[in-house]
Design a protein around this ligand. Structure first.
Ligand code: HEM
Length: 215
């Protein structure tokens, strides 16, 4: 596996871990109809349709997208690429639109998270729509470019978690702030901005480096 493939696999795994953790925390409360103690979980439990309408299609998209972006897979299984592409595009659009709703209505990290979600969630949805328009017009290189941009944002969700982990470690471990002060909350929005802008920048660099993969 190439180094980029390894990085993608690690980032997808991080997202799967957080997805599993979310399920393990929320589902018992949703089933029993109980209210969780912490306000982050409370948000997911109170609005399961919105939260999981974002998370589940997002997970499906992120698991399928690496296959779609593989040049080898596309050239060998073009029909499957087209069929799977429709399903994954639908999932990604649903997840992207609901991410903006989540970020505007229930941003746990406050204003910085809301603005980051508006900017990058919109960029994600626009990139997907432009990718679709490009392929309808038979513009394969442009289709690939917009799909790479969208995927980079989706994968950025994992890098946000890495930043949140680093900020938490610094604040609790180095600065000695207790868990009860909820230091994570203040840095959540910053983690969104850092994680997602890094991914957008990386995608542009990658596209300049590999401009003609599809001719
Ligand atoms: C496409 C793939 C995506 C997947 C698999 C995904 C997955 C997730 C998961 C698992 C959570 C729960 C996080 C936790 O429990 O720690 C979450 C929450 C959230 N996601 Fe996504 N996401 C995706 C895309 C996006 C995009 C593109 C945005 C916007 C830029 C976004 C914005 C949000 C927001 C605002 C929340 C709520 C965070 C909070 O609790 O305040 N997501 N997502």
């Amino acid at each position: 596996m190439r180094p980029l493939g390894v990085v993608i696999a690690v980032l997808v795994t991080i997202i799967m871990v957080f997805f599993a953790r979310r399920l393990a925390t929320d589902v018992p409360h949703i089933v029993a109809g109980t209210v969780p103690d912490d306000d982050l979980t409370e948000k997911y439990v109170a609005h399961p349709w919105l939260a999981y309408g974002h998370i589940v299609p997002g997970v499906v998209y992120l698991l399928g997208a690496p296959l779609q972006l593989s040049h080898r897979f596309r050239s060998r299984h073009y029909r499957l690429h087209r069929r799977l592409g429709r399903v994954l595009l639908g999932c990604a659009l649903l997840s992207g639109v609901l991410s903006v709703v989540l970020g505007v209505v229930f941003a746990w990290g406050g204003g910085a998270e809301t603005t980051a979600t508006l900017v990058f969630g919109s960029w994600f949805v626009v990139a997907l729509l432009l990718a679709f328009r490009a392929i309808r017009r038979g513009q394969v290189p442009q289709h690939r470019r917009w799909m790479v941009r969208a995927f980079a944002v989706g994968l950025g969700v994992a890098t946000i978690r890495i930043w949140v982990g680093l900020f938490t470690g610094i604040q609790i471990g180095l600065l000695g702030m207790g868990d009860e002060t909820m230091p994570v909350r203040a840095t959540f929005g910053i983690a969104f901005w850092l994680g997602l802008s890094m991914h957008v920048a990386f995608a542009e660099w990658w596209l300049r480096r590999t401009p003609d993969l599809d001719g």
